[in-house]
Design a protein around this ligand. Structure first.
Ligand SMILES: *Cc1c(COP(=O)(O)O)cnc(C)c1O
Length: 264
């Protein structure tokens, strides 16, 4: 039996993993405004749609568990994205996709994710809450906020613990599109070492620039999508990961058994 500790008996939150105790929680758009004493109900910093989509809800089957991966959603999104149904995982928003990638590919205390700040905050939050290190290759305005493929190659050579490379295009918060030539270079330098995760949360605002064609060439490329932004459905919590069937199969082992609520 472990030793009784009066301090822990009084504050059992101290049993939490040390990296979680040290963590600064993710600041949602609403929390940031509330902390500053702000009021109102428009949060430009949440990137929500201003318009709501009218919907009717069928409530008579809430006694049943939902389909683990709802077929109608998978088929419709596969047709929309131009991939096969084996290349899709439906998730609770893009954020769950990020979390699942870290939990599936990074060993706590050993592996790392690579990102190109300034970038979306959840890559680091998911890495840190799961005990993965975060390696930053900062981009700069004089380089057009575009990741440097040679620097990335060097980092992957010297840091074999990197398992995920997160590239956001169009970039949040920069709005920058990473040129397809650079994304292909990143895919080439990551091959055999790490997954290249391209976050396309905003791709509907520049649809011709999707990296979906890279999926045909590279089984280690993953694309994150969401219905939260252009589809005006942030409250529904629905996102997608697109990749090769092998990668999707691994993620399916880790995702919760019934992640997608029936209304989705
Ligand atoms: C909004 C956003 C997401 C995911 O949002 P969800 O609401 O969880 O789908 C992912 N990546 C970026 C860059 C975003 O801005």
């Amino acid at each position: 039996m472990a030793d009784y500790c009066a301090e822990i008996a009084e504050a059992p939150e101290r049993l939490a993993r040390p990296e979680v105790q040290k963590l600064t929680p993710y600041q949602s758009a609403r929390r940031i405004v509330a902390a500053a004493g702000g009021r109102g109900d428009i949060w430009l910093n949440a990137n929500e749609s201003a318009e709501s989509v009218p919907m009717a809800l069928q409530t008579e089957r809430f006694n049943r568990y939902p389909e683990p991966q709802p077929e109608a959603v998978v088929e419709a999104y596969a047709a929309y994205a131009g991939v096969s149904t084996e290349q899709i995982l439906v998730t609770r928003g893009g954020d769950e996709g990020i979390e699942l990638l870290v939990r599936t590919f990074c060993r706590p205390g050993e592996d790392a994710v690579l990102q190109f700040p300034p970038t979306y905050g959840m890559y680091a939050v998911s890495a840190e809450t799961n005990g993965a290190k975060v390696i930053n290759l900062v981009t700069a305005p004089d380089r057009g906020w575009v990741p440097d493929a040679a620097e990335t190659a060097h980092t992957l050579d010297t840091r074999p613990e990197v398992k995920l490379v997160f590239a956001c295009s169009p970039g949040n918060p920069t709005g920058t599109l990473i040129p397809m030539g650079v994304l292909r270079k990143l895919a080439q330098v990551a091959a055999g070492r790490a997954l290249l995760v391209i976050d396309e949360a905003y791709i509907e605002f520049s649809p011709a620039d999707t990296a979906v064609d890279l999926l045909k060439e590279f089984p280690h490329v993953v694309i994150i999508r969401t219905l939260s932004k252009a589809f005006a459905l942030a409250g529904l919590r629905c996102g997608f990961l697109l990749s090769s069937p092998g990668v999707i199969g691994m993620l399916k082992k880790v995702i919760a058994p019934y992640p997608i609520p029936s209304p989705v």
